[in-house]
Design a protein. Structure first.
Length: 147
């Protein structure tokens, strides 16, 4: 069995929505000091609160690039509130899986989307629950460490 699914390889070789939005309505940047991956996510939101465009820049491994790419595909065309609910599990499932030691990349993709939404809310003075933007502590595999 291959280490990476064909979908992971496709998103790594031909990333969707890579780049920068100069007129972004929200920008989120997250990183993982243990592996060195850094993701920056840009979102453009219309007057109805729908994400009309999303771009990313990722410095990291193939899994980090693939999860960033898939996350953009999953939130474009969605209301901002729905994008906020994107989970790392949904990203992994959409990619037909990731090796256990690369799950942290999907966590970063989820966090980058949430950080961009938070920035969007902050720029517009939209009230939100801070708990929606709290990131749990994780181990080196992206598994949540129970407190």
């Amino acid at each position: 069995m291959a280490l990476y699914s064909e979908k992971v390889m496709e998103h790594f070789r031909n990333p969707h929505n890579m780049g920068k939005l100069d007129d972004a309505d929200g920008i989120g940047e997250v990183g993982n000091a243990k592996c060195g991956d850094i993701m920056r996510m840009y979102i453009k939101v219309d007057d109805e609160g729908v994400i009309t465009d999303c771009k990313f820049n990722t410095f990291g491994c193939g899994s980090a690039i693939a999860t960033s790419s898939m996350a953009t595909d999953l939130i474009i065309g969605k209301p901002i509130e729905e994008a906020l609910k994107l989970s790392n599990k949904a990203v992994v499932e959409a990619l037909d899986g990731l090796p256990v030691h690369k799950i942290h990349c999907s966590v970063l993709a989820e966090q980058a989307v949430r950080a961009a939404v938070k920035d969007y809310y902050d720029r517009r003075g939209v009230a939100y629950n801070p708990e929606d933007f709290r990131f749990p502590e994780e181990d080196e595999h992206g598994h949540v460490i129970e407190g």
